[in-house]
Design a protein around this ligand. Structure first.
Ligand code: 26V
Length: 791
């Protein structure tokens, strides 16, 4: 074994020999790369050990298939997990570099849209921390989620260029390539059916090691990149037609060029379906090659391989695995189905009808002619085995990916207790009836390494001083903080930590955006994708109403509040974009009102991403989780806030329900209708009108928007929003407004009692241990995958 040199030597060696710079001429990026390589060396040591051990033991492996991984930056993560923070800081101090600036120089890899992608990233880290042999598969998008800019309050999208910046984390594997076919035809000879694709591209592997806590284990995130099989059309080249000669490469690369930025509506685009098959087939080829290397009989697959589908996006894994087993390995069809089902399981992340995947059967059949036949056979077999069945995997000329995933999975899971119950009574009602043991719950979690230890070092330090460091990979140990919460002196220190975090954020906002805010205000934060069901417009309506009240009585002792928003809207989701613009317009008016602006300010920070979340969450006082009940499958931001000592104002939706159970009802500001009440209220005629009539504050706030108070010169700018709220108001903003208002006034009162608030915040931290993604992963291992830890 090679002896690991001190970090300092390693950094200098890499600076000189890997980067080719001497310390005198190195720029920030060079130091960042040198430090990354030095840390990476140690990650690789852990990685090789883990790989060898998995191979030796012949243990079952977990494969996580996801179209998205919202990983964020990796250098700090590696440093924290390998406990190199002090050493890294000392090295950078010696080189007269600020470690914080070096870490922040890394591009933020945004290969995902939101919750689903971030969950995949937390899961990868937890899989390594708990020592479960696992591989993540995804796509190496050249461009991740767009960068958001505001121009006169409106969202402008810019391409994101993370790959054009240097980073140290991936290893190209040119020898690991698979052919991925599309289109063509199917024929049957001597009873054997074969698919002959018309077009083929290659998927090339890029590996990123993912290290767990203390470097005890590391797994692989393998991302696929599109390549042409013959990068050059030689014939065209020899004829001097260079554009045509390069065309195959350009076409192949298109597949992994860009992440689809719309996570709200399924659009049925051909390229998206190609991406899904590209990821899925490349992953399956890799899984089977690895299995064949070590084992003999494909009938053993379910014993050795667990494949988790992150939503329906890789649902084609069912038919493709059956195709490989049946068409290529000649396993009888029904047995092939059984083997595939034994390996596969599926996680549902949304019940919103517009986000459920279905594909036009003619598009599907053109691109995947053999798979559509297999789907029909799976469907027929399933119908035969379940004669009372009425719903098919194909209806209205569409292929239903949810139905397919359910039928091809041995377990199907929801992501919070409420969501799982709703799955049983709504989208999967019939299938649940036929397979009552298939649906299980695995409430989401977040990794405490990134979301507490790394992003909130002050709080992490205070906790470790009180209860030791065991909490880092056993988060429920946070309950040992309870006695300290009863100690006034300790609570003062807890409050000081929060205050320091808020001051740091205020300084950063002043430097970065010239926004000047008082760190003693209540920092009220709503950060998430923009969506009507998440109801950012409910939040801004309340701000308008509150502003009016302060204006009427500026002499009263109001609790000063800063409302912070962050979030991107899908480029084609015009309503969500209007809400962004409205919030920015309202901010411009309210922040410039000299009568009220010591009591109320509103800011919308542009380009919300993982790194910004890491800055904001430790500095938050209040977590806004205000979705229409029944619509947010789980939420994971909600867990990060609670863990970092920001109590929730929220509805009984998704994991809010479980957060409230854990932290205690008295430490959670509940408001709004339940999921059941929501369904009933929708049936009430003119529910919005009635709610508006009953609440003059709401009526006045809507009138202000409608009158053009926030859009001078263009009074009708927000008539679409006001019309929607006064009309159908599908997400029941008006019906929940009054209770939301009441809850916010309770927040004001509670925050004014500094000790009481500190107790509430600290109890949120002490009682959030259950929301670790380590707990979630152990749940998947035992209830779904049948996989063990090799630690
Ligand atoms: C949907 C679609 C629709 C088709 C086109 C591309 C695309 C990309 C992503 C999605 C995902 C939407 C589902 C989603 O992100 N759900 C979120 O999952 C989180 C993790 O389980 C959960 O905490 C959130 O509540 C849930 O909204």
């Amino acid at each position: 074994m090679i002896q690991t040199p001190p970090l300092r030597d390693s950094v200098l060696r890499h600076l000189i020999y890997s980067i080719g710079k001497d310390p005198e001429h190195a720029i920030l990026e060079d130091w960042r790369m040198a430090l990354s390589y030095a840390v990476r060396d140690r990650v690789v040591d852990a990685w090789f050990k883990a790989t060898a051990r998995t191979y030796e033991t012949g243990a079952k492996r977990v494969y996580y298939l996801s179209m998205e991984y919202l990983i964020g930056r990796l250098l700090e993560d590696g440093i924290v997990n390998l406990e190199l923070l002090d050493e890294a800081r000392a090295v950078m101090d010696e080189m007269e570099r600020d470690l914080g600036l070096v870490l922040a120089d890394e591009p933020d890899a945004a290969l995902g849209n939101g919750g689903l992608g971030r969950l995949a990233a937390c899961f990868m880290e937890s899989l390594s921390t708990v020592g479960c042999p696992a591989h993540g598969y995804g796509i190496r998008y050249e461009h991740g989620l767009f960068r958001q800019q505001f121009v006169q309050g409106r969202q402008i999208e810019h391409p994101e260029l993370w790959l054009s910046q240097r980073h140290a984390w991936e290893f190209e594997r040119p020898e690991v390539r698979y052919r991925i076919g599309f289109g063509g035809h199917v024929d049957t000879r001597d009873g054997v059916t074969r698919w002959h694709p018309a077009e083929e591209v290659e998927a090339e592997a890029f590996d990123t090691p993912v290290v767990g806590w203390k470097g005890r284990w590391a797994n692989t995130l393998r991302l696929w990149s599109g390549r042409a099989i013959h990068p050059f059309d030689l014939d065209a080249f020899n004829h001097g037609d260079y554009t045509r000669a390069a065309a195959p490469e350009a076409l192949a690369r298109t597949i992994s060029r860009v992440l689809y930025p719309d996570d709200t509506t399924q659009q049925g685009k051909e390229l998206r379906l190609k991406q899904e098959f590209f990821l899925t087939r490349a992953a399956l080829c890799d899984i089977i090659r690895r299995f064949d290397n070590q084992f003999k009989d494909v009938r053993q697959l379910p014993e050795k391989v667990a494949i988790q589908l992150n939503d329906t996006h890789p649902a084609i894994a069912g038919p493709e695995l059956v195709r490989i087993l049946h068409d290529e390995r000649h396993v009888p069809f029904e047995e092939a189905m059984e083997i595939a089902r034994g390996c596969l399981s599926y996680t549902n992340h949304t019940l919103l009808p517009e986000a459920l995947e279905s594909w036009d059967e003619s598009l599907f059949g053109q691109l995947l002619p053999r798979h559509i036949q297999i789907i029909d056979r799976i469907d027929a077999t399933h119908a035969e085995q379940n004669p009372s069945r009425t719903q098919s995997m194909r209806s209205d000329h569409q292929v239903k990916m949810g139905q397919l995933s359910f039928a091809m999975a041995h377990k199907v899971n929801g992501v919070s207790a409420l969501h799982t119950e709703l799955m049983k009574t709504t989208v999967f009602e019939e299938l649940h009836h036929l397979h009552p043991d298939r649906i299980v719950n695995q409430t989401n979690g977040v990794t405490p390494r990134r979301w507490l230890l790394a992003c909130n070092p002050r709080l992490a330090g205070l906790i470790t001083e009180a209860i030791g460091e065991g909490w880092v990979d056993d988060l429920e140990q946070l309950e040992k903080l309870e006695p300290h919460v009863q100690d006034a002196a300790w609570l003062d220190r807890y409050t000081a930590v929060k205050r320091d975090n808020k001051a740091e954020l205020s300084n950063w906002m002043a430097q970065t955006y010239d926004l000047h805010v008082d760190p003693d205000m209540l920092f009220d934060v709503q950060i998430k994708r923009m969506h009507e069901y998440k109801r950012q417009h409910l939040n801004i309506l309340e701000a308008i109403a509150h502003w009016q009240e302060i204006r009427e009585h500026p002499e009263l002792d109001w609790t000063p509040r800063l409302k912070i928003f962050g979030g991107k809207a899908a480029p084609g989701y015009f309503f969500a974009k209007d809400i962004i613009r409205l919030i920015n317009d309202v901010a411009a008016v309210i922040n410039n009102d000299p009568v009220t602006n010591k009591y109320l300010k509103v800011v919308f920070l542009p380009n919300y991403n993982v790194s910004l979340a890491e800055r904001l969450i430790p500095a938050s006082d209040l977590s806004e989780q205000i979705s229409t009940a029944g619509k947010e499958a789980s939420g994971t931001g909600n867990m990060k806030f609670a863990l970092n000592g920001a109590p929730t104002v929220g509805t009984l939706d998704g994991a809010n329900v479980e957060i409230r159970q854990h932290v205690g009802a008295e430490n959670f500001f509940l408001f709004g209708m339940t999921a059941e009440e929501v369904m009933e209220r929708r049936e009430v005629e003119d529910h919005a009108k009635k709610a508006i009539e009953a609440d003059p504050r709401l009526a006045a706030a809507l009138d202000l928007i409608h009158s053009g108070r926030f859009s001078p010169g263009e009074p009708d700018r927000y008539h679409n929003i006001t019309g929607n709220l006064q009309g159908a108001d599908y997400f029941l903003v008006c019906s929940d407004f009054t209770d939301y208002w009441r809850a916010q006034r309770e927040v004001d009162k509670a925050f004014a009692d500094t000790q009481g608030w500190a107790r509430m915040a600290a109890l949120n931290t002490a009682r959030s241990g259950w929301f670790s993604s380590d707990r979630t992963i152990r749940g998947y291992m035992s209830d779904i995958w049948g996989a063990g830890s090799l630690l």
